[in-house]
Design a protein around this ligand. Structure first.
Ligand code: PPE
Length: 313
């Protein structure tokens, strides 16, 4: 099932993709008042399995809580809806997008009178930064756009409005011939990519910016930190100056859509050997082995999608 096809869960009912629409006066369209998630379902031993479902659902409700948005479903119901969306569409490996937003009722900056609408879509989404990116790596520029100061937009909320900043970063990077952008935070320290967290490897140790550097607390980032420990690679959160990217032996990005992608150039400076480095490769392969069911899922990161599709209330 590709983007634009199949069924979308829309507040308890499955509707055809083309009918999952909303009014032009929807609050979220005018004011960015939405929160969303991105999950991946992998084909593990031939069966679909969703990666870290509970953690993504938790972050979805966290994002909404920050904006005083009441999602009109219990977290358990949303988990079920996500699983059902994969089943109903007969998907194996796919990307899943839950979204909740302020709907159509009034205009103005008090969003509370508007009903909260919730939906879940799923489709096949290949390698986010291109088929070759996982092996050959990508080029990154440090964005001229910064991540928001802590008292402006809450970075810990995966809110639609935050992605206006990401879109500026991404377009600027592409226009300059780069694959992706990494932004600095308000204080000038490294923050994150337009849709990924960032990691620096130097002297066999992994470093990544902390929550206070205006990052989204990535779930793939968390997998990386755990896998690094499993592999005996020291990994810590550190504020990083821009030039730490240049002096790294390896740089890589992590995200649900992006997975784990080596960065081979930053601002046209070659990083390390200019190829995917050994630490990146070890983390990448440990991650892919688990999600694809080729290594034991010790921490129960995968939730199997089993049984026939059923109606979700
Ligand atoms: N930072 C940002 C800004 C971000 O958008 C993502 C995910 C991450 C970090 C990594 O978080 P996690 O997916 O939990 O490891 N970006 C999502 C949206 C990408 C898109 O283009 O849309 C994603 O990867 O699903």
């Amino acid at each position: 099932m590709s983007f634009g096809q199949g069924k979308i869960w829309h507040d308890g009912k499955f509707v055809d993709w083309k009918n999952a629409t909303c009014h032009v006066m929807t609050h979220a369209i005018h004011y960015g008042s939405s929160v969303f998630e991105g999950l991946r379902c992998y084909e593990a031993k031939g069966k679909p399995a969703i990666l870290r479902l509970r953690d993504h659902v938790r972050r979805f409700y966290d994002s909404a809580k920050i904006y005083r948005m009441e999602i009109p479903h219990a977290p358990e119901a949303l988990e079920a809806a996500i699983i059902e969306t994969v089943k109903v569409n007969g998907l194996k490996s796919c990307y899943i997008r839950p979204v909740a937003f302020r709907g159509m009722k009034v205009m103005g900056l008090n969003p509370r009178p508007c009903p909260v609408v919730c939906a879940v879509a799923a489709w096949s989404w290949g390698r986010y930064l291109g088929e070759e990116s996982m092996v050959n790596g990508v080029s990154v520029r440090v964005s001229s756009w910064r991540r928001p100061a802590p008292d402006t937009f809450p970075a810990l909320s995966k809110a639609g409005g935050n992605y206006l900043n990401s879109q500026l970063m991404k377009m600027e990077a592409l226009d300059g011939g780069f694959d992706e952008a990494v932004a600095l935070d308000h204080y000038g320290y490294v923050s994150e990519g337009s849709g990924e967290n960032v990691f620096v490897v130097r002297g066999g140790e992994i470093h990544t910016p902390p929550w206070s550097s205006a990052i989204l607390p990535g779930i793939t980032r968390d997998c990386v930190m755990i896998l690094a420990k499993d592999l005996g690679i020291p990994a810590r959160e550190t504020t990083l100056p821009r030039e730490a990217l240049y002096l790294a032996d390896e740089v890589f990005l992590s995200g649900t859509a992006a997975e784990i992608v080596p960065v081979t150039r930053v601002d046209n400076i070659v990083i390390g050997s200019g190829r995917r480095g050994p630490v990146t490769e070890r983390i990448q392969s440990a991650f892919l082995r688990i999600v694809e069911g080729r290594a034991p899922d010790k921490r129960r990161w995968l939730r199997a999608v089993v049984g026939p599709a059923q109606a979700v209330a």
